[in-house]
Design a protein around this ligand. Structure first.
Ligand SMILES: O=C(O)c1cc(=O)[nH]c(=O)n1[C@@H]1O[C@H](COP(=O)(O)O)[C@@H](O)[C@H]1O
Length: 244
């Protein structure tokens, strides 16, 4: 399936330094491939290390990104009992990542315990509200959640904020509502971003980069449209141009 949204229809309030708002997901299976991509895309300032790469050789990549003075989003999506998640967060702060993810569905006690561990570090926790791969049908029929997606995501993000977190991951579809609920100080990071014409893949709730920024996202996470492109450099440049 292809997305065909018209970015011209969306009002714009774009930062001139758009590239600083884009986090590129290093969803590759080895440190060598990750470092190769970083070196081919020197203009990318913010990289995401997710589960595949972290399990393969995350510590090597973290060290290499730090050496290159890159910002790092350590996307571990932690979700366990409070003591286990808090302990993992304590260890993770040692890597000096800028962002670290936990699942809001882990609940208040888990998020409060995690936040207490990162409080005095340079790492900011982000609560994953509802995966961007989950559709309205999946939420209702499979997960048996009685709320519509916008209400569910708002509840999860409000729970994260009242647990002490100052940032969340959501789809661009929910960003405008969350921005009006939470004000400008709360950090919204949106995956589920597809340049016009790109394949959606396993994502469900997507918008174009320009739409996501106009909706109030502070950062966009984009993976395959750049990293799986035949020419990742051209793809990156096209996305940056498409945003302005
Ligand atoms: O936490 C995330 O980054 C995340 C949350 C979410 O709800 N959806 C989501 O796609 N992500 C991540 O964002 C990236 C999206 O990659 P692409 O679909 O290739 O652009 C992947 O690395 C996902 O793990």
């Amino acid at each position: 399936m292809k997305i065909n949204l018209n970015p011209e229809a969306i009002p714009t309030k774009i930062s001139t330094k758009i590239s600083t708002k884009i986090i590129v997901a290093l969803d590759v299976p080895s440190a060598a491939e990750a470092i190769n991509l970083c070196d081919r895309l020197p203009e990318v300032d913010f990289w995401k290390i997710g589960l595949e790469l972290f399990i393969a050789d995350g510590v090597t990549v973290l060290r290499e990104l730090k050496t290159r003075n890159k910002r790092i989003f350590l996307d571990l999506k932690l979700h366990d009992i409070p003591n286990t998640v808090a302990s993992a967060c304590r260890v993770a702060t040692k890597y000096g990542a800028d962002f670290l993810t936990i699942h809001a569905a882990g609940g208040r006690a888990m998020m409060q315990a995690a936040q207490a561990e990162v409080q005095d570090s340079s790492t900011q926790l982000l609560a994953v509200s509802l995966l961007t791969s989950i559709s309205a049908t999946a939420l209702a029929d499979d997960l048996k959640v009685g709320l519509e997606i916008p209400e569910y995501v708002s509840q999860m993000v409000l729970l994260a904020r009242s647990s002490g977190l100052q940032g969340a991951v959501c789809s661009p579809h929910e960003a405008a509502k969350l921005r009006s609920l939470l004000g400008d100080d709360f950090c919204l990071v949106t995956p589920g971003v597809r340049p016009s014409g790109a394949a959606i893949g396993d994502q469900s709730r997507v918008m174009t980069p320009r739409q996501a920024i106009a909706a109030g996202a502070n950062y966009l996470v984009i993976g395959r449209p750049i990293t799986a492109a035949v020419d990742p450099i051209a793809a990156w440049e096209q996305i940056c141009q498409e945003c302005v």
